[in-house]
Design a protein around this ligand. Structure first.
Ligand SMILES: Cc1cc2nc3c(=O)[nH]c(=O)nc-3n(C[C@H](O)[C@H](O)[C@H](O)COP(=O)(O)OP(=O)(O)OC[C@H]3O[C@@H](n4cnc5c(N)ncnc54)[C@H](O)[C@@H]3O)c2cc1C
Length: 457
C-alpha cells in the first residue's frame, strides 16, 4: 500500500502584536482575570473572589484540574515531611491546599496517605477533583469560562490591561486590572515578550502518560507489592527482563497508587521520548502528538506486563488514561527572584517565603527517575519567584514559577501549586488595594496575610 506524501511543517509564531485588538468586542471588565484552572488557578480565583473582587477564570478544557486531572497526575504530593524511616505522615502544608484536601476527602475523592519512598502522598479521584473545584468556584462567585483559551495579552506599553480570549464563538477582549498567569506554561507572560526559561538550557523532564487499572485483586496485589507506592527492586528487575525480551518498557522504576475506588490502581510508569529517543518539546503540537500516540502504546505495554507479572493484576483492564499526556515542565517565567537549587538542597527559610515544601527533587530523565530527599526539613519559596522580571500587573502562579531546573523538580507538585495560587491572589489583593506594582509588594506582607488565612509559614 502506498502512503500519500505528507507536507513538512514550518515553525510556529508566538508573537501576536499584529492582532488588531481595538477592533475586537469587549466581553467584560473585571478586577482579576485568572488564566488556567489547574490547582494554582482554582486557588487564585477562589481566594480573590472571596475577598469581594470580580474574577473571571478562563480555561481551555471543559473542567478544572489541569495536570492533576487532565494529565491525571492523580496524587497530592508535597503535603508531608520526609524522613529516612517514615513512620506516620506529618503534614507541613495547609492554607488553601488544606481546604481543597479536606473538601476532596469529605466527598470521598481522596485516599488516606500512602507511603511514597521516604514520605507519603494522597491519591485523588479526577472526577471528584473537578466537582470539588466547581463547588468552590461557584460558592466564591467566580465567573468561569471553560472551552476558552487565551490568545494574547492586551498591553499598554509594558502594562497588562487584560487578555484576548478565543473560543468556537470567536475572539473577544477581557479587560482586567490584574492578570494571574496560572497556565502552567507561562502562556500569558511569554506572549508579553517577557523573558521565559525552557528547562535546563532547553532540556526538559520527560512526559508520562498515566493510566488507571481496574478489576485488580487488591489483597493479592498488596501482599506482593507491599505498602510502598514506589516499586521494589524485584519489580524493576522483572521489567528489565521483559524489556530484554522485546517489550517496550523504557522505565524500570514505576509507581502505583491505590485510588479511592475499590479494585483500582493509578499507574505512573511510562517514559515518553520520541521513537528515535530524542527529547520531546511538548510546547510544539507535533511533538505533543507523538507523545500522545506513543504514550497510549506504552500504556498497553505496561498494562500487559502488569497482567502477566504482578499478582492481583491478571484480570485487570485499562480504565482510562489522562485526557492528555502529563507534562512536567515546559516554559517558566524569569522572575524578579529565582528559586535556586541551593535554596532547596539547603532547606533555606526566608522572611519573604510564601510557600513551603519538603518534596524531594524528583527528576524524570533517563531509565530511572532520580529522587533526592529533604529529610526532616523543608525550604520556602520567595514571593518574588512569582513576579515576572518584565511586565506590570501580571503575576504567575503554579508550576511556571521562576526556579532553576532541579529546584523546579521539587517545587512543582500539587500541594505547592495550590499555595502559589493562594499567594498570587493575596498579592493581587494588596496590589489592588494599594495601587502597588507586584514587584514593589513585600513578600513578608503576603506571608503574613497567608498565615492569617491558615497557611503554615
Ligand atoms: C507526569 C506528571 C506527574 C506528576 N506527578 C505528580 C504527582 O504524583 N503528585 C503531584 O502532586 N504532582 C504531580 N505532578 C505535578 C502536578 O500535577 C502539576 O505540577 C500541577 O498540577 C500544576 O498545577 P498548575 O496549576 O501550576 O498548572 P496546570 O495543572 O498545568 O494547569 C494549567 C491550566 O491552564 C490551562 N491553560 C494553559 N494554557 C491556557 C491558555 N492559553 N488558555 C486557557 N487555559 C490555558 C490548562 O488547560 C490547565 O488546566 C505531576 C505532573 C506530571 C505532568
Amino acid at each position: 500500500m502506498s502512503h500519500t506524501s505528507q507536507p513538512e511543517f514550518a515553525s510556529w509564531r508566538l508573537d501576536t502584536s499584529d492582532l488588531d485588538i481595538a477592533a475586537l468586542p469587549v466581553l467584560c471588565e473585571v478586577d482579576v482575570v485568572v488564566v488556567g484552572a489547574g490547582a494554582a488557578g482554582v486557588a487564585a480565583a477562589t481566594v480573590a473572589a472571596e475577598q469581594g473582587r470580580s474574577v473571571l477564570l478562563v480555561e481551555k478544557y471543559g473542567f478544572a484540574g489541569g495536570a492533576a486531572v487532565a494529565g491525571m497526575s492523580g496524587t497530592i504530593c508535597g503535603l508531608y515531611r520526609s524522613a529516612p524511616e517514615p513512620v506516620a505522615p506529618e503534614q507541613l502544608v495547609y492554607g488553601f491546599t488544606e481546604r481543597f484536601r479536606k473538601e476532596l476527602r469529605s466527598r470521598g475523592g481522596l485516599t488516606a496517605p500512602q507511603l511514597y519512598g521516604k514520605t507519603f502522598t494522597d491519591a485523588h479521584d479526577p472526577l471528584v477533583w473537578r466537582e470539588t473545584a466547581d463547588a468552590l468556584l461557584e460558592a466564591a462567585g467566580v465567573r468561569v469560562l471553560f472551552h476558552a483559551g487565551v490568545l494574547a495579552p492586551v498591553l499598554d506599553g509594558e502594562t497588562l490591561r487584560g487578555v484576548v480570549i478565543e473560543s468556537n464563538a470567536g475572539r473577544s477582549v477581557v479587560r482586567a486590572r490584574r492578570v494571574i498567569d496560572a497556565s502552567g506554561d507561562a502562556a500569558v507572560v511569554a506572549r508579553t515578550g517577557a523573558p521565559t526559561v525552557f528547562g535546563d538550557e532547553g532540556v526538559i523532564q520527560n512526559p508520562t502518560m498515566f493510566f488507571r487499572l481496574g478489576n485488580v485483586d487488591m489483597a493479592a496485589y498488596e501482599s506482593f507489592y507491599g505498602p510502598d507506592t514506589i516499586c521494589a527492586p524485584e519489580v524493576s528487575a522483572a521489567i528489565e527482563e521483559a524489556r530484554d525480551k522485546g517489550a517496550d518498557l523504557p522505565r524500570s522504576k514505576i509507581w502505583m497508587f491505590r485510588t479511592p475506588r475499590p479494585g483500582e490502581l493509578l499507574v505512573n510508569a511510562t517514559r515518553l521520548t520520541g521513537r528515535d529517543g530524542r527529547m520531546l518539546n511538548v510546547i510544539d503540537p507535533e511533538d505533543f502528538t507523538e507523545a500522545e500516540v506513543y504514550g497510549r502504546q506504552q500504556v498497553r505495554a505496561y498494562a500487559d506486563f502488569l497482567a502477566r507479572n504482578v499478582p492481583g493484576c491478571a484480570d485487570s483492564f485499562v480504565v482510562d488514561t489522562g485526557v492528555e499526556v502529563g507534562i512536567r515542565q515546559t516554559r517558566s517565567i524569569l522572575g524578579v527572584e529565582t528559586l535556586r537549587n541551593d535554596d532547596v538542597v539547603e532547606c533555606r527559610k526566608r522572611p519573604d517565603g510564601v510557600v513551603r515544601s519538603a518534596w524531594p527533587i524528583e527528576l524524570h530523565n533517563g531509565d530511572r527517575p532520580k529522587l533526592q530527599w529533604l529529610y526532616d526539613d523543608y525550604y520556602e519559596v520567595p514571593y518574588h519567584a512569582l513576579v515576572p522580571r518584565a511586565g506590570e500587573h501580571v503575576i504567575a502562579a503554579g508550576r511556571c514559577l521562576s526556579a532553576e531546573h532541579e529546584a523546579l523538580a521539587s517545587a512543582r507538585v500539587t500541594a505547592q501549586c495550590f499555595e502559589y495560587g493562594h499567594a498570587a491572589a493575596v498579592a493581587t489583593l494588596i496590589s489592588l488595594e494599594e495601587e502597588a506594582r507586584y514587584r514593589d509588594i513585600r513578600g513578608s506582607d503576603v506571608r503574613e496575610r497567608m498565615r492569617a488565612a491558615g497557611s503554615a509559614l
